[in-house]
Ligand binder design. Sequence first.
Ligand SMILES: Nc1ncnc2c1ncn2[C@@H]1O[C@H](COP(=O)(O)OP(=O)(O)OP(=O)(O)O)[C@@H](O)[C@H]1O
Ligand SMILES: [Mg+2]
Length: 466
Amino acid sequence: MGLGEDFSLKVEGLDRVLSPIRVPYLMVVAGNPGSGKTTLALTVCYRNCLEGRKCLYVSFYEDREKLFSYMAKLGLDLAKAEFGGYFKYLRLPAGSSVDTAVNTISTELSEGGYRVVVVDSINVLLETVKEDAGKRAWLLNFFYNLPTITNGLGILVAELPYGSERLEIGGIEFVADAVLLLKHRIEDGFLSRVVEVRKARGVPLNQVELPFSITESRGFEVWVPPVIEYVSEERGEVRLPCEPLRRAWGHLHRGMVVNMVYPADSDYRDAVLPILALAIENDMRILMISYKYPPQPIIESLKYRLRTLGVDEDAVEGVVSKYFKVVSLNPFGFSVSQLVIRENTIIDSENPDIVVFHGVEIPRAGVPIARHIKELYNQMNYLKQRGVLVIRIAAYTNRESYSLESRIGEALLRFYYDVSSGSSVRYKAFAYRRNSLPTIISSDELAKCVEESIEVIKKYTKKPSL
Ligand SMILES: Nc1ncnc2c1ncn2[C@@H]1O[C@H](COP(=O)(O)OP(=O)(O)OP(=O)(O)O)[C@@H](O)[C@H]1O
Ligand SMILES: [Mg+2]
């Protein structure tokens, strides 16, 4: 553990932006009340404890039990880390003089072994010092040196009053290796959190404002838009379940985005059958995120359709429960960025191979496409990076969204009415796959695709189950 050793915060998105973090490293975490400073500082502290690095957390927080129980909800078991000797909560009485505080901290540090030290917060600690010059002297003589003393990571939490984004504490921004400013703001009427990376020594800063979330059990998570150069498209091949689609598209790959669009004045419900057959054929599990209906009606109507098409009861149950899961989200229960975070969180925990977004015309109707497209683009790249096959099912509601979303996808299937057979309406489709010529799939061919898909489903379910 020499000088210049690589350290990490164990907060994935931040590590990606800040790395390499070479100790001794001083970081300032600033923000308005309730912005998440304590949560971030304790997350870094706790996760380093899990790596066997001792962490000292110095605070004026009144109630230890309360703090521990809040953090436990966010997945930080501080009591256990403390019991294991990796974590120490050092509570200083509010109003302690800086002398006393520094003595207490120094004594604790001399016990040895600490690699991470958090002071929450530096403002409160320096409150008793009236003059700026005095504050500056304490910072220079002691607090800035904390990482050097421990040859580790020092985190100084700085509280900013509401409405202020200025750190007015003894030139702290100049001395720190990194300055993170946590902000929470209202976006579309909902709380949205971003961390602004004000400064990070030794690395180029491309993305300076990153969305983050604080959620039960998953705790503090930062979402960094993927760097497109690192997004690979050539992932595992995905076989298509019917001849007409093979003719139109050849095959697909994991990491691709497929758009399926039908007219806004009807639904092409059978679109889901080839998707299910594709899942079976390639042994990929589907997660459908529906903005339109709750899970139960979607699952019931799929089962009903399968039974109507001659798949027997047990087989229907087996195949649907193995391959098809639905989660429903009201897109207007979140701001756009928080909706994407919520979806990514669900996808992370379900870990599906295929994600079907159902009713994508609904969320995009609520926000100007120009705003929506940024989140969408980042999310699609995030899913590409994970090797997920994305299928977006939308109704055609406006030309601009259709055009933009088509550009994001690698393959497109747009259903039209085919009224050539008199009063009954069937569908035909326009099919496009990037780098090849568009083709038309006739209504007979579409019907054939559904038939072949049903065959795939039946064939699978005839196999003896393992
Ligand atoms: N269990 C939880 N689930 C979701 N969010 C939570 C949970 N617990 C806390 N939060 C969120 O975390 C935020 C508080 O975080 P934290 O205490 O880290 O902020 P802070 O910046 O340290 O605040 P202060 O200035 O009061 O010290 C709250 O705004 C709350 O919304
Ligand atoms: Mg706090």
